[in-house]
Design a protein around this ligand. Structure first.
Ligand code: PLP
Length: 393
C-alpha cells in the first residue's frame, strides 16, 4: 500500500477524475441477484439519464463493462464490415488511435489531416466525402474534444459538411471527454451514434463504456454483415439485463453512474456547463500569465476551440516528466503529460467532473511551484491571475 497522503492528492488528469462522495457511497453495496428488481431499475435510470444528458429522446443506450477503447470497437464492429471504409477527421492523438484500431479490425480508414492546435478541418471533410463518389464511406468517426490537444471541434459543422456533400454516411461522435462538461444535443445535431465513458465528466471510476444509437444507426447495424457477438447492438437490445450486458452487468459501477447522473441533474445541466466554463477560464487565465515568461503557451491556436474539460500547455525547454513528478510527489497535484506526438512537448491540466474553484487554484499553485522549482520563467506568474479572474466572476 502507498503511504497515506495528508489531505489529499489533487487529481487533475483529464480522466480518470475524482469521484464525488455520493458516487463512492452508491457503489459500496453488496452485489445483487440478477433477477433483483433493483438491478433493472438502476439500468433503466442510467439509460434515461444518458438520453437526457445527450439530448436524445429515443436513442438506444448500451453500456459495456469496458473503457473508451471498448466502445470504439463496438462502433467499428456494428457499423462497418471488414473491407468497408470509414472517414476519421484528424484531431490528433485520439482520432489517430481510433483510426489505427479501426484498421486493425480490417476496415479501411480515410483520414483528413490533423492541423496541430486547430480543430477538425471541416472543408477537408467535405472534400473527402465529395471525392467518395461511390459512397463507400459508411460513417464519419469524429472526436468532439481531443483530450490530447485540448481542442474541441464543431460537430454541427461536420453534419453541415456531410449534407453539403450529399453524402449518406452515418455521423458518430466520441464525446468521452466532453460529456457532462459541455452542452451536447444528439437529436438536434443529427448525430447517429455517441460514444462515452464513465471516468471523465461523468465522475465515475473507469470501467463503463457507453454508446447511444439512433434509429438510423440501428438500421445500419442491422444491415451490417460483419460477424460479431459481444459488441452486437441487436443482441443487446433486449429487456433482460443479462442480455443487455451480454452477461452480468457491472452492477456497482452502474449504481455509481446512477448517483453521478443524479448529481448532474440536481445541480442542473446549465449550471454544470457554466461551472466547467468558469474553471476552464481560471486555468486559461493562469496560462496567459505563465506564457509571458516565454517557455509555456496554449497548444490550442483558436481561443474559441479551447476545451472546457482540459487545457493542453505546450512547453519549450521544460522537462515535462520532471515537472509532473515534482508537482505530484512534492506538491500533491497530479497533472497529465503530452500524448503521442505531444509527448515531451506539452502537459495537460484536467478541469472536468467533480471540481470547483478551490481545487483548481490548488492545482494551479502546485503546478506553478513545480515550474519555479525547475527554474522555468513564468513571467509574473499565473495563479494570481486565476485568483483575479475568479474575483471578477
Ligand atoms: C479517454 C478518451 C478515450 C479513451 O478512453 P479509455 O477509457 O482510456 O479507453 C477516447 N476518446 C477520448 C476523447 C478520450 O478522452
Amino acid at each position: 500500500m502507498t503511504d497515506r497522503i495528508p489531505g489529499r492528492r489533487l487529481l487533475h488528469s483529464p480522466g480518470p477524475t475524482p469521484l464525488p462522495d455520493e458516487v463512492l457511497h452508491a457503489m459500496s453495496v453488496q452485489p445483487m441477484d440478477l433477477g433483483d428488481a433493483r438491478v433493472d431499475a438502476n439500468i433503466a435510470a442510467c439509460e434515461a439519464g444518458l438520453r437526457r444528458l445527450l439530448g436524445s429522446s429515443a436513442a438506444d443506450v448500451f453500456f459495456y463493462a469496458s473503457n473508451g477503447h471498448g466502445v470504439w470497437e463496438a462502433v467499428v464492429e456494428n457499423l462497418a464490415a471488414p473491407g468497408q471504409a470509414v472517414l476519421v477527421p484528424g484531431t490528433g492523438h485520439f482520432s489517430e488511435s481510433w483510426a489505427v484500431q479501426t484498421e486493425a479490425l480490417g476496415r479501411t480508414v480515410v483520414r483528413t489531416p490533423w492541423r496541430e492546435g486547430w480543430p477538425i478541418d471541416v472543408e477537408a471533410v467535405e472534400q473527402a466525402l465529395r471525392d467518395d463518389r461511390g459512397h463507400a464511406i459508411q460513417a464519419v468517426f469524429a472526436v468532439h474534444t481531443d483530450t490530447a490537444s485540448g481542442v474541441t471541434s464543431d460537430i454541427a459543422a461536420i453534419r453541415r459538411a456531410m449534407a453539403a456533400a450529399g453524402h449518406p454516411a452515418l455521423l458518430v461522435a466520441d464525446v468521452v471527454a466532453s460529456l457532462g462538461a459541455a452542452p451536447f444535443a444528439m437529436d438536434a445535431l443529427g448525430l447517429d451514434v455517441a460514444v462515452g465513458a464513465s471516468q471523465k465528466g461523468l465522475m465515475c471510476p473507469p470501467g463503463l463504456g457507453i454508446v447511444a444509437v439512433n434509429a438510423r444507426g440501428m438500421a445500419a447495424a442491422r444491415h451490417n454483415p460483419a460477424p460479431r457477438f459481444y459488441w452486437d447492438w441487436l443482441r443487446r437490445r433486449d429487456p433482460l439485463s443479462y442480455r443487455k450486458f451480454c452477461g452480468t452487468a457491472p452492477q456497482n459501477l452502474m449504481f455509481g453512474l446512477e448517483a453521478a447522473l443524479g448529481l448532474i441533474f440536481r445541480e442542473g445541466l446549465d449550471a454544470v456547463h457554466a461551472r466547467h466554463r468558469l474553471l476552464a477560464g481560471l486555468v486559461q487565465a493562469a496560462v496567459e500569465g505563465w506564457r509571458e515568461g516565454g517557455a509555456l503557451d496554449f497548444f490550442s491556436r483558436d481561443e474559441s476551440c479551447r476545451s472546457v474539460s482540459v487545457t493542453t500547455i505546450a512547453v519549450k525547454g521544460v522537462d515535462v516528466d520532471a515537472l509532473r513528478r515534482i508537482a505530484r510527489e512534492r506538491f500533491q497535484v497530479a497533472v497529465a503529460g503530452g500524448l503521442g506526438p505531444l509527448a515531451g512537448r506539452a502537459f495537460r491540466i484536467g478541469h472536468l467532473g467533480d471540481s470547483n474553484p478551490a481545487l483548481i487554484l490548488g492545482a494551479l499553485g502546485g503546478v506553478e511551484a513545480a515550474l519555479l522549482t525547475l527554474g522555468v520563467n513564468v513571467g509574473d506568474g499565473g495563479t494570481r491571475r486565476a485568483v483575479q479572474r475568479l474575483a471578477q466572476s
